[in-house]
Design a binder for this molecule. Structure first.
Ligand SMILES: C[S@@+](CC[C@H](N)C(=O)[O-])C[C@H]1O[C@@H](n2cnc3c(N)ncnc32)[C@H](O)[C@@H]1O
Length: 222
């Protein structure tokens, strides 16, 4: 089965189940025009995040890795009017593109874009005594995922959900001798998750427009 087929199937199913959406499309177009890498989640994955938030009844969401705000918009649209989404982005230029798209989506009142290394922003959230989050989506630099997961465990409420993207990395995850730091980040993260008694977790392998990859869903036990 080829990447082309996965891409075609994503386009076919998105064409049937996802409404045409000028605001989401504009966020992708503006990100591309500004030279941001095309590494946002797919439409199907964005909607999956949106549905998970709704199923979970999430009111407070934390995202690591904003890029141009595509996944941010999908998730913020699932929040109630008094919800909050804090999203962390290293690159000020990316954050500015995202902020403009979030504004155009009418979501600025719900979304707080914080610029800087995510590890510093996470510490700042703890220092300021931020209320616990219902869902944390980890999608920043992959090699730092273990550190982000450790922080997420402290920032998530009991019964909250931690979602980690790009865990499978085209199957490279199982290459213990890989020279790819992302692989080692994901392997260390999975080892931490396996040893963490407070969570119940599973892995979902995915194929689609972004190739072969996958998520981990980790529920912090109530
Ligand atoms: C895969 S992209 C995020 C995609 C986005 N969640 C989406 O689906 O639309 C990863 C993002 O993490 C950001 N990033 C990389 N290192 C970071 C760090 N140390 N702290 C915060 N953000 C970082 C990158 O600049 C990039 O925008």
């Amino acid at each position: 089965m080829s990447w082309e087929r996965w891409d075609e199937v994503d386009r076919y199913t998105e064409g049937l189940l996802l409404d045409a959406d000028e605001i989401l499309q504009a966020s992708l177009d503006d990100a591309a025009a500004a030279g941001l890498p095309t590494i946002a989640v797919t439409g199907n994955q964005g909607k999956l995040l949106h549905l998970i938030l709704r199923i979970h009844g999430a009111r407070r969401v934390l995202e690591l890795g904003t890029l141009g705000g595509y996944s941010t918009i999908w998730m913020a649209r699932a929040l109630p009017p008094d919800g909050r989404l804090v999203t962390l982005e290293l690159d000020p230029g990316y954050a500015a593109v995202a902020a403009a798209s979030i504004e155009r989506a009418g979501l600025s009142g719900l979304v707080d874009v914080r610029v800087g290394p995510a590890i510093d922003s996470l510490r700042a959230l703890r220092d300021e005594g931020a209320d616990p989050f219902d869902l944390i989506f980890i999608d920043a630099d992959k090699q730092s995922t273990p550190e982000y997961f450790e922080q997420a465990l402290e920032l998530c409420r009991p019964g909250g959900l931690i979602v980690v993207d790009n865990v499978i990395l085209d199957g490279k995850l199982i290459d213990a001798d890989s020279d790819d730091s992302r692989v080692h980040g994901m392997r260390r993260f999975l080892e931490l998750a396996a040893a963490e008694p407070r969570i119940s977790a599973t892995t979902i392998q995915t194929v689609g427009s972004k190739g072969y990859d996958g998520f981990v869903l980790a529920l912090l036990e109530p």
